[in-house]
Design a protein around this ligand. Structure first.
Ligand SMILES: NC(=O)c1ccc[n+]([C@@H]2O[C@H](COP(=O)([O-])OP(=O)(O)OC[C@H]3O[C@@H](n4cnc5c(N)ncnc54)[C@H](OP(=O)(O)O)[C@@H]3O)[C@@H](O)[C@H]2O)c1
Length: 263
C-alpha cells in the first residue's frame, strides 16, 4: 500500500470484516472497526495491532443512525480523516418467502440494507468535505442473481446494489469511488448465524466456496485500484452474464444446484 489508508469496517468482529481488517493491518493501515459484540471486537483490535495496523474498536449497531455517525466521527477524530468505508455487516435467513416472518424480513432489511445506507451516509459527508473517499459495499453473488430459498436475504443484497449503483453514477468523475463486492459462499460464521436465525439447521448449498482471506484480498486490491464491481471468485461473474442472456435457463440451473427446501 503506497500511503497509509484510514479504513472503517462494519461487522468486523468475525468473518469477512475481520479478515479484511487484518489484511489491511499488514500494510500498516489505520483500521476503525465496529460490531455489536465488544469483547470480540477488542480481540480483533489486538490482532490488528499485532499485524502492524493501528486499530480503533467501537461497539456499534449498524441499524442505529447515531451509532454510525459516532463510528465515523470517532475514526476521523482518532486518525484525522477517513479514506474508505467498508459496509460489510450482515446476516442471512433461509426459507421460502411464505416461510419468512415479516419481522424476520424487517430485521434483514434493517441490518443488511439500512445498515449499509447509514454507514455509507455517515462516511459520505466526510468524503464530500475531504474531496475524496471510497465506499465499498459487501453484497453477495445473490445480489446479482437470486437462488432458491434465499429470497428475503437476496432482496436485501439487491437493495444494497441499487443504492451503490445510483451513488456511483452520482459521484462519477469525482475522487469519490464506490465498489460493490460479490462474494460466493464464504467460510465464516455466516452459516451458524443463519441456522440460529432460521431456527433449523441450514446446510450449505452446492456451489463454489472460498475463504474469508480471498474476499479480504479482493477488497484490499479494490482499495488500491477502485473498480465498480469486485468478484472475489472469478468464475461467479459468468452466472451474472448467463442470467442477463438466458434468465429462464439460469432459473433451472440455480434450482438444480441451489438450496433445497429446508422444512
Ligand atoms: N459468508 C458468506 O457465504 C457470504 C457470502 C456472500 C456475502 N456475504 C456477506 O458478507 C458480509 C459479512 O458476513 P460474514 O460471512 O463475514 O458473516 P459473519 O462471520 O457472521 O460476520 C457478520 C458480521 O456482521 C456483524 N453484524 C451483524 N449484525 C450487526 C449489526 N446489527 N450491527 C453491527 N454489526 C453487525 C457481526 O458482528 P456482531 O454479531 O458482533 O454484531 C459480524 O461481525 C455480510 O454482509 C454477508 O451478507 C457473506
Amino acid at each position: 500500500m503506497a500511503t497509509r489508508r484510514v479504513v472503517a469496517i462494519t461487522g468486523a468482529s468475525s468473518g469477512i470484516g475481520r479478515a479484511t481488517a487484518l489484511r489491511l493491518a499488514r500494510n500498516g493501515a489505520a483500521v476503525a472497526i465496529c460490531a455489536r459484540r465488544a469483547d470480540r471486537l477488542e480481540r480483533v483490535a489486538a490482532e490488528i495491532a499485532a499485524a502492524g495496523g493501528e486499530p480503533l474498536a467501537i461497539a456499534a449497531d449498524v441499524t442505529r443512525e447515531a451509532d454510525m455517525e459516532q463510528f465515523v466521527a470517532g475514526a476521523v477524530e482518532r486518525f484525522g480523516r477517513l479514506d474508505v468505508m467498508v459496509c460489510n455487516a450482515g446476516f442471512g435467513v433461509a426459507g421460502a418467502i411464505d416461510e419468512i416472518a415479516p419481522a424476520q424480513m424487517q430485521e434483514l432489511l434493517d441490518v443488511n440494507y439500512t445498515g449499509t445506507y447509514l454507514a455509507a451516509r455517515a462516511a459520505l459527508r466526510v468524503f464530500r468535505r475531504q474531496g475524496h473517499g471510497h465506499v465499498i459495499v459487501v453484497s453477495s453473488i445473490v445480489g446479482k442473481r437470486g437462488v432458491p430459498y434465499m429470497g428475503a436475504y437476496a432482496a436485501t443484497k439487491f437493495a444494497q446494489v441499487g443504492l451503490a449503483e445510483c451513488l456511483r453514477a452520482e459521484v462519477a468523475g469525482s475522487r469519490i469511488f464506490v465498489s460493490v463486492v460479490y462474494p460466493v459462499s464464504t467460510d465464516t460464521e455466516f452459516f451458524d448465524v443463519m441456522t440460529e436465525r432460521t431456527g433449523v439447521e441450514v446446510a450449505r448449498a452446492f456451489g463454489p466456496r472460498q475463504d474469508a482471506a480471498t474476499v479480504a484480498n479482493a477488497i484490499a486490491r479494490a482499495i488500491e485500484h477502485p473498480t465498480p464491481e469486485v468478484y472475489p471468485h472469478f468464475n461467479s461473474r459468468f452466472l451474472v452474464v448467463l442470467n442477463a442472456i438466458a434468465p429462464g435457463l439460469t432459473d433451472r440451473i440455480v434450482k438444480r444446484f441451489g438450496r433445497k427446501p429446508i422444512r
